[in-house]
Write a protein that binds this ligand. Sequence first.
Ligand SMILES: Nc1ncnc2c1ncn2[C@@H]1O[C@H](COP(=O)(O)OP(=O)(O)OP(=O)(O)O)[C@@H](O)[C@H]1O
Ligand SMILES: [Mg+2]
Length: 479
Amino acid sequence: MAKPSTVFVCTSCGSQTRQFFGRCSGCGSWNTLVEQKAAPAADNRRRRPVVEAAEAAGQPRRSEPIQAVGERALQRLSSGYGELDRVLGGGLVPGSLVLVGGDPGIGKSTLLLQSACSMAGRASVLYVSAEESAQQVKLRWRRLAQSSVGDPAGDPGAGADFQLLAETDLELVLQELEALRPAVAIIDSIQALHDAELGSAPGSVAQVRDCAAALARIAKRQDTALLLVGHVTKEGALAGPKVLEHLVDAVLTFEGDRFASHRLLRAVKNRFGATHELGVFEMRDRGLAEVTNPSELFLGGDEPSAGTATIVACEGTRPLVVELQALVSTTSYASPRRSATGIAANRLHQILAVLEKHLGLPLSRFDCYLAVAGGLEVEEPAADLGVAAAVVASYRDLTLPPGTVLVGELGLGGQLRPVGQLELRLQEAARLGFTRAVVPKGSGLAKAAAGLGLQLLEAGGVAEALVAALGVNPADDRA
Ligand SMILES: Nc1ncnc2c1ncn2[C@@H]1O[C@H](COP(=O)(O)OP(=O)(O)OP(=O)(O)O)[C@@H](O)[C@H]1O
Ligand SMILES: [Mg+2]
């Protein structure tokens, strides 16, 4: 049998060689050659039968006016998890490719296996396990299926069955996909699949690209929704340097703190829904359970203490009430220590500088530690006012009146800037029993807040906002 031929193509200039070199002879770039299947010599001629068949059937492929293009109602399939559906934009779209990435051991296989159990009752599902043996998957299935919480599938013996294939060879996986034509196929993981025609090792860029492209073709042809598990590389990139992100329709990342049980699912890219939606899960011993009320996860819950402030952050369209804690203490170092967990350190530095300048607080002589409760990462500037309030409260050893939330972005001049989706944030705060909200001036929401049972305190600057929140003037040394 003739040896299948592959070529090495430079990802930078596109030149081809038969042999691997560290450096491209075309453009001189280093490490840019990737292996690819050589295109068949008769490639041009192979297209003819397709064209001929279409012409014989009287339907030559032509472009048509967009208004004349027929529409099909989009039938989304629920994954069984409301949280996963929300991140997908309302459920799985037939024929779409979804890449689910995350750190090792975060729970990718658990999430998809539980979804497979749930979907099995409503659609045909194929679960391809390329990383674990059928026995290992069965063990996990048994453990997850026993649970009453977090198990969307219910009783495993209740007829909801799906097909399991433990295989790493791409050809065999494609064959099974063609034979079964499932509505949903799960591939765990794309890095473990390999195409025997390529000489490179499984997981290499050439293999991942080739396997994903072959799966994508078949998924689009058969209207199979494909869920691919992808590994995150050491640099944090999903399945190699952006190889898969462009190919797939949606990229979801599954993340979480190693020391906390909650897991966050985010959409990084979604062709069928909004990105930056957030799904929250909790890892329990019997699998992943949805957290439908995540604000409670990120609230301290106890009596308020000095140095804590509560903010309402927005993740996509989802408001989250989150507690911030600050500790300000006299420094014993030449340059004071600043440490921020869950908030960018630069933001903390900027807020400290604004407080020092506009409130005259000598914070440069104090260490400052800031932490977001529950291990959440808050990126948006709407948290600024909450950070400032927590820092000032810790510095003055004050406790914010219970039931207060703070929302607002701090400008360098000490002014409070308006934030987006304020009404949504206020609704969430009111729902959780908060009674006072300090917000930037000019929100125009006084009436709406009153309707929600919230006292709205509007402020134009940071000093004014802190006086309103704390009830005393923090710039006054007698406070
Ligand atoms: N018997 C068990 N009891 C409780 N929790 C378990 C049990 N087995 C696994 N887990 C939890 O499930 C997690 C592993 O989940 P899973 O195998 O789905 O992760 P993964 O993201 O697919 O990992 P990998 O990248 O290695 O494939 C573990 O980190 C642990 O938290
Ligand atoms: Mg896994």
